[in-house]
Design a protein. Sequence first.
Length: 366
Amino acid sequence: MLFPPASCARLIVKIGSALLVDPDGAVRRDWLAGIAADVAERTKAGQQVAIVSSGAIALGARRLGLPRGGRASLEDAQAAAATGQIALSQTWAEVLAAEGLTAAQMLVTLDDLEDRRRYLNAAATLGRLLQLGTVPIINENDSVATAEIRFGDNDRLAARVAQAAGAQGVVLLSDIDGLYDRNPAQPGAVHIPEVARIDARIAGMADDGSASGMGSGGMVSKLAAARIACGAGVALAIASGRIERPLSTPARHTIFLPEKRTGARKAWLAGRLTVRGTIHVDAGATRALAGGRSLLAAGAIQIAGRFVRGDVVAIEGPDGIIARGLAEYDAAEMLLLLGRRSEEQEALLGYAPRSALVHRNHMALL
């Protein structure tokens, strides 16, 4: 097992389209029944399991006779998703019922997990379903998602779901058995069994291709998911689903080790995929933030975007994005304060200034 029940009370399993659907667009039902048997074993051992399942678009495209697997246009993808989601949910309900398990369906959008209140609502629903012993089947609501408001791949969705569920582990079942130092199709590619930190060297190993042509994410999306999961204190494994019973059969994989868990709000901030604006800061402010300080106006040199107090903003230093946090001022007010010291701010604003542009208690370093 990749995550024994003793060390992982809650597990999120992501299954890619190429594993669930064959090239002709039919469900690989026998393989899926093996997954259900694995989940049943883990449930009996005391582990709670939720599944992030791709496949709705591929299934719907077959039923509607759409070209390019339903991805020729946004409208085709949305229609295929709406059609395929029914078939996908029914299949999961049947294979899990054969193991004495009850399936539950959750369809989410990017906004559901980026908006704090909706995120907490989704987390509460997911937690209750797991407590009740169901197996939540989760997918992005592709029938309404657009290019601007979607995850784009279920790898990152699985990591965000793990964060919301308070899970200890994520398994990304894919058509590859982990990370390699280069594209595994190249001669001499070396498998990486464990990653303690995702640095520039590790990021450079990623390939963004999807070998099957059905999925929407390659290794780039999996590394992005690993960043989100590990930053929230959740271990993540990339493993091959090209074997029978992949959750109970020992096999080669890559595991990304979790970082120290942070508070729930900071983990949510760190894992966000969208921001309302960006605050550019100098090298001195960058060092201060790394030392655990709040962002003061004196270290800010430029802002971008339109945001209001309480919106999530990115903080960018000379070498790139270093943090995300909640803005203490509207963009117009913050523009007045750039580079100003505390004693100047009251005259500029007409009221007593707040202590920081972004307070350390509402900031997550990346």
